[in-house]
Design a protein around this ligand. Structure first.
Ligand code: MRU
Length: 365
């Protein structure tokens, strides 16, 4: 696709609710960049599949999709008692929660929705359904705000003309707007700044080549796609002043789980003395998990490595395949974690607590 034909991707909503038609509306990200196809999903099985198959993907976006999904499930429940309503709601919640294990935003958003049901047991079922509607919309609206804040904080760490390397897609396509790791770049563009961005293609599902390059290019950003194994060379050339990546779950000690390959990029950045920034909202920080080793890592099917995207199979039939979808950057490799409540720096065991203290203060107001 030419730059002109991709221009309007930034004006599409990654995840939306069509309440009138009881549908979750998403851009099918498995079709990008070749085709912008909008899906209207009404069945729970289709919503589950959309998350599992990465038609909608990225930690914040799957949280929003799950919130809308469970609201749509609740809307359909025909129950005469609260207990029966809650039992059916719980089954729908657990079903969606089983679609992907690593990004904590999924269970975070679903828990938020469940809390609405639990805290309003004295209300009528139609009232609870309306409160669930409001909560799902709030989850999305807050996501836009969080990404903008992350963008502002991130932008304060770079200057016009900098070279930036990113891995996977933590952009608008992974959130409700702006993205996390790409938010500083999109915000910088709005202010007339120019960055030179290197996007790792991100094997095996190519989120960097297909999605980050697509949305950055559409936004007029100077974008260069590189194979994952070229990052070292690009850094060695002196072309990268900062690395920005997203995250799927950050442990209490700052270990940051993100798309497979992130750990290697962090090691390279440390070697070349380049700051390595992890961008994520507090909904991605899981203080109940002490360290990266305790984060569940999704294992994906072999065909994503051996066949998908190729014209013909690229590995012998029957060969073993290892396909973990995520790894984590050790906290010692991370320069800072950028959240909507500020920039956390080492030691993260302290600074992340401080971020949550700020969040609590802000929520009291
Ligand atoms: O498997 P994906 O494409 O859902 O993985 C996405 C990532 O790893 C992103 O970097 C992360 O979710 C942050 S999105 C703002």
């Amino acid at each position: 696709m030419s730059q002109d034909s991709v221009k309007n991707i930034m004006s599409y909503e990654t995840v939306a609710l069509d309440d009138e038609n009881s549908a979750l509306v998403i851009i099918d990200q498995t079709k990008l960049p070749g085709k912008v196809e909008i899906l209207h999903l009404t069945e729970q099985k289709d919503i589950w599949n959309a998350i599992y198959l990465l038609q909608v993907r990225g930690a914040p976006a799957i949280g929003v999709a799950a919130a809308f999904g469970v609201y749509l499930a609740a809307k359909r429940i025909e129950a005469t008692s609260y207990d029966s309503f809650y039992a059916q709601f719980l089954a729908a919640k657990e079903y969606l929660d089983s679609s992907r294990p690593t990004a904590v935003n999924l269970s975070w958003a679903l828990r938020r929705m469940e809390r609405v049901v639990l805290e309003n047991a004295n209300k009528s079922i139609p009232e609870i359904k309306e409160l669930l509607h409001q909560e799902s919309v709030a989850i999305k609206d807050e996501d836009v705000w969080m990404c903008r804040q992350i963008g502002e904080y991130g932008l304060s760490l770079i200057k016009d003309g900098d070279g930036i390397l990113t891995h996977c897609n933590a952009g608008q396509l992974a959130t409700s707007k702006y993205g996390t790791a790409l938010a500083p770049i999109h915000l910088g563009r709005e202010r007339g700044m120019n960055f030179k961005v290197f996007t790792d293609e991100t094997r095996p599902l190519l989120q960097g080549a297909r999605l980050s390059a697509f949305e950055l290019f559409a936004d007029g950003v100077d974008t260069t796609v590189i194979c994952d194994n070229m990052a070292s060379q690009v850094m060695k050339n002196g072309w990268v002043q900062a690395v920005f990546v997203g995250c799927d779950r950050v442990a209490a000690n700052g270990d940051a789980c993100n798309k497979i390959g992130t750990s290697g990029v962090a090691i390279l950045a440390k070697y070349y003395g380049i700051p390595f920034y992890v961008c994520g909202p507090t909904s991605t920080i899981d203080m109940s998990v002490a360290r990266g080793e305790d984060i569940p890592i999704e294992q994906r099917p072999a065909h994503e490595v051996t066949e998908m995207w190729y014209q013909q199979r690229m590995a012998p039939e029957g060969v073993n395949v290892y396909n973990p979808a995520f790894d984590f950057a050790d906290h010692e490799l991370i320069t800072a974690i950028i959240t909507e409540y500020g920039i956390a720096r080492p030691p993260f065991t302290e600074s992340l607590k401080e971020i949550f203290r700020k969040k609590q203060e802000a929520q009291k107001k």
